[in-house]
Design a protein around this ligand. Structure first.
Ligand code: MAN
Ligand code: CA
Ligand code: CA
Length: 474
């Protein structure tokens, strides 16, 4: 009676534990992982096979016989090996596989068992439950036969291998297992199930006894942390028999890839910011292009201007430019005036030599006034020349006086030349022939003088403007 009560309590505790574990698993399933069905790594009846009798996306070897509802990996015949492997290499780092199978045999003891694989390479017919030894990756074994006589079979266990280990068949891999649980999976009313989850380097195996068809009836079989499985690999399921034999049938193989879900808010934020970034980049690109085109157009229309920004001249800049432009034009005019005066000097010198050659007596001392006049004229010319030079170097001081002096000097020259011409005509001499340089005549001289007056007038007008502009700066 006490024993029954005790068993009841243990059962209750186990139930609570199972429910708690299931809840924990459900919660993490909803929040901690994103699951995606991998149809090329899965199969499920009915209509398991195609017309050729193959399972789409899978290959089988050995004793394996696919049919509409299942794949019989081995019949209950001695020493059979059969296998079924996905053709596609799985590339998801984390994954979950759910397998539905049946192990059935008439005997009280059967053999040898069935294995689910995730390995770097697909297995071949071999001694490890129908597959090859020295695999790289994970094998989940359903070992029916108790080879080492420890009375611990049927047993469910995980064995990892880096390719260096050989499965110890006669000790049932006793010291090679990562973890496992002792469960009798033979001859159950419903398919037995196993769920293998590899996520965040944690490997977990859940076991469904096949006593029901309910999805909730899974229990934890083993769990191991810090597990490194191949990043990519092949899924497979194989079966083998020995002296004893069972039917090993697989009904379903459902694979999901698992990923860490990105939080919705973060995703939306990221997408928006990414979109905005792209939009701004495009806008900036468009703007730069337009600006370049506008610059080019401006350069074509205004080849004299280096930069389009000149277009947007300020009032200050405009006034300053006017001052400099004005000074430049005055400089040019003065230089031109200087050149003309130089020409005038040359003309007067020529005239001087002609007069001297036509009047040797007068030049000897009979007419001293004439020679004095010429000397005076040359002196005045020099004055004009110097005055112009001064004007050029001291544009900003006593400009009026200098120009007035210039005017007077030129007028005096004109009068003197007039006198010389009158005297020459009185002596009966013809006007001197025009030499290589241009002749100066009263009319051309008047023109020159008028020009000087115009330049002077223009200069005064400019000065007035300059003074007005300067007032703005101070
Ligand atoms: C024989 C041998 C073993 C096998 C058992 C059970 O003893 O074939 O390899 O494990 O039968 O089938
Ligand atoms: Ca065994
Ligand atoms: Ca054993």
């Amino acid at each position: 009676m006490a024993e029954t009560k005790m068993a009841g309590h243990v059962a209750k505790i186990l139930l609570v534990l199972f429910i708690t574990l299931s809840l924990i698993d459900n919660v993490s399933s909803e929040n901690g992982r994103h699951s995606r069905f991998e149809y090329k790594l899965s199969f499920k009846g009915p209509h398991l096979t195609n017309k050729q009798g193959n399972v789409p996306f899978w290959t089988h070897y050995g004793s394996a016989i696919p049919s509409d509802e299942q794949v019989r990996l081995t019949p209950s015949l001695k020493d059979q090996r059969g296998g079924l492997w996905a053709k596609t290499k799985a590339t998801s780092q984390y994954w979950e596989v759910e397998v539905f199978f049946k192990v059935s045999g008439r005997g009280r003891i059967g053999g040898d068992g069935l294995a689910v694989w995730f390995t770097e390479e697909a297995g071949k017919p071999g001694p490890v439950f129908g597959s090859s030894d020295n695999w790289k990756g994970m094998g989940l074994f359903f070992d029916s036969f108790d080879n080492d006589g420890e009375q611990n079979n049927p047993y469910v266990m995980v064995m990892l291998n880096d390719g260096t280990k050989q499965y110890d068949h006669f000790k049932d891999g006793n010291n090679q297992q990562l973890g496992g649980c002792m469960r009798d999976f033979r001859n159950k009313p419903h398919p037995v199930r196993a769920k293998i989850r590899y996520f965040n380097n944690i490997l977990t195996v859940f076991y469904h006894s096949g006593m029901s068809d309910r999805d909730e009836d899974y229990e934890l079989c083993m769990r191991a942390e810090n597990i490194e499985l191949p990043k990519e690999g092949f899924y497979g399921i194989t079966g083998g028999t020995g002296g004893l034999a069972d039917d090993h049938d697989v009904l379903r193989f459902i694979t999901h890839s698992l990923t860490v879900p990105v939080k919705k808010e973060e995703k939306v934020k990221k997408e928006i910011s990414e979109e905005e970034r792209k939009k701004y980049e495009e806008q900036y690109g468009d703007y730069t292009k337009k600006l370049e085109i506008q610059k080019e157009e401006f350069q074509k229309e205004h080849p004299d201007k280096k930069d389009p920004q000149i277009k947007y001249e300020s009032v200050y800049e405009r006034d300053l430019r006017l001052v400099y432009d004005g000074q430049n034009s005055i400089n040019q005019l003065v230089r031109s005036l200087h050149g003309k005066v130089g020409e005038l000097t040359q003309e007067v010198n020529n005239l001087h030599s002609v007069v001297n050659s036509k009047q040797p007596a007068a030049a000897g001392g009979g007419d001293g006034a004439s020679k004095q006049e010429i000397n005076t004229m040359i002196s005045l010319q020099n004055q004009v020349h110097n005055a112009v030079k001064d004007l050029q170097s001291k544009m900003n001081t006593d400009d009026k006086k200098k120009l007035e002096q210039l005017e007077q000097s030129v007028q005096t020259i004109m009068e003197n030349v007039g006198h010389i011409l009158v005297k020459t005509q009185d002596l009966g001499a013809k006007p001197p022939p025009c030499p290589t340089v241009s002749c100066i005549t009263p009319s051309s001289f008047m023109t020159l003088f008028a020009m000087i007056l115009i330049v002077g007038g223009g200069y005064f007008a400019f000065k007035k403007h300059q003074e007005q502009a300067s007032k703005k700066f101070y």
